[in-house]
Structure formats: C-alpha cells, structure tokens
Design a protein around this ligand. Sequence first.
Ligand SMILES: [Zn+2]
Length: 127
Amino acid sequence: MASAGDNLCPVCRSRLKSGPANLFPRAIYYQCPKCGQFGLTASAEAQLFNLLATPRNESVLSYAISKAPRTGPDTPVFDFEDCNKIVEADFLPTPQEQAENLIRWLGDHLGGPGEMLHLSFPTLPFS
Ligand SMILES: [Zn+2]
C-alpha cells in the first residue's frame, strides 16, 4: 500500500511530483504526474488499498481524479465515499474517446503547425 511516507501516489502508484503534504488536519494533498493535483481525506487514504484491488479500479479512480477541476484552493479533496462511488460507476473512456482526448490535448499543447512534442505515457494526463 502506498502510504504518506513513500512518495508514491496512493491511487496509481506513480512517483509523486511533490508531496504528500498535510496542509489541513483531515486531508493529504498529492501532485501526481498521472492523476494531477488532488487531496484525500486521511480516512480515504487509509482505506484505499482494499478499494483498489484491481488495476482497472486504479485506472477508473485515477481517470476520474484527473478529470476533476483543480487550481489552488479549488483542489478537489476526495473522501472514501467519493472514491467508492467512482469505482462502482466503473467509467473509463472508450478508445475513440481517448483518441479524441489526445487530439484535443495536442491542440492545446503544440505551439503551431509543424511543431514537435515528445510524449510519454507518464506525462499524458488522460492515458
Ligand atoms: Zn496518481
């Protein structure tokens, strides 16, 4: 299980960009290259291991967290009930939706026609 001290994302187990940080008594914040910036309540972090028993469940939760809006004070904090509902909903984008997301992401991140961009799976926010 990823715990607050091992510098791995408790959801997808990627190496964190920074953190974890306990900015408030009941939440732990993470900067994950795959999930993005998010927070978990302490009880959610403690119970996540059983919920993420399969790679699909990890992917479902990581994808949902990555799609939650985030900036500064609006960083989402998930409690265990939120995580459980996301995993039960079992939503992942279809291959077609993933391709469309890639095209949109390229449009947002390329400087213009003919520009090149090197990609790797850990850096893609929607993989
Ligand atoms: Zn993650």
